[in-house]
Design a protein around this ligand. Structure first.
Ligand SMILES: O=c1ccn([C@H]2C[C@H](O)[C@@H](COP(=O)(O)O)O2)c(=O)[nH]1
Ligand SMILES: [Zn+2]
Length: 195
């Protein structure tokens, strides 16, 4: 009797992979963020990435980070978590979980709390103390939202999607490569996050 495949994605890896894949729709040249919401039954009910509001031109609005605030991306970009919540296909997401590639900022924390989501699983956090993330943590903890760092697989695990051939491979090895850069650990905190 043939056995089931052993090398597959865990639930958390699956949802975080979807968040990561969604981040690749972002046009932000510096930081691409993705989010995936699941309901209590582990069904995906919302996906989002950081981008400009509908009808607002990616080419006309700025993508910079510094200088005159009006000429930076910060007043214009919709955050991944916000988009995932607004895109949800189910009214009630009470008790749901949001998987985010980046720790949510204070504005997203407010939306997460108000929408009833009870758990945040994040892959990466900006290093050091950033007010938007410190405030977010304060709010989430106060509201009783569980904050959990995504637990990466113990061994090297990567997905390769070939869009030319339409094939996908899940590669696992026993050892973690130390030389390979991890894009999730590559985010700087050189900016103030302003919703
Ligand atoms: O909770 C968050 C926080 C930030 N984002 C988005 C908003 C921006 O497009 C980038 C942050 O840009 P930096 O260049 O790293 O300052 O990330 C988000 O989607 N969710
Ligand atoms: Zn945010």
């Amino acid at each position: 009797m043939s056995k089931p495949r052993e090398d597959y994605l865990s639930w958390d890896e699956y949802f975080m992979s979807i968040a990561l894949l969604s981040s690749q729709r972002s046009k932000d040249p510096a930081t691409q963020v993705g989010a995936c919401i699941i309901n209590k039954k582990q069904r995906i009910v919302g996906i989002g990435y950081n981008g400009l509001p509908h009808g607002c031109s990616d080419k006309e609005l700025p993508w910079g980070k510094t200088g005159d605030w009006m000429e930076t991306k910060y007043p214009y970009v919709c955050h991944a978590e916000m988009n995932a919540i607004l895109n949800k296909n189910q009214a009630d997401i009470d008790g749901g979980t949001i998987f985010t590639t980046l720790y949510p900022c204070n504005e997203c924390a407010k939306l997460i709390i108000q929408s009833g989501i009870s758990k945040v699983v994040y892959a990466n956090k900006k290093p050091g103390s950033v007010p938007a993330f410190d405030a977010s943590e304060r709010l989430l903890k106060m509201a009783g939202v569980i904050i959990s760092k995504f637990d990466p697989p113990a061994s090297e695990k990567s997905l390769k999607i070939d869009l030319n051939t339409g094939s996908i491979s899940l590669d696992s090895s026993q050892q973690k490569s130390i030389s390979k850069p991890n894009p999730l650990q590559n985010i700087s905190n050189d900016s103030k996050i302003i919703a």
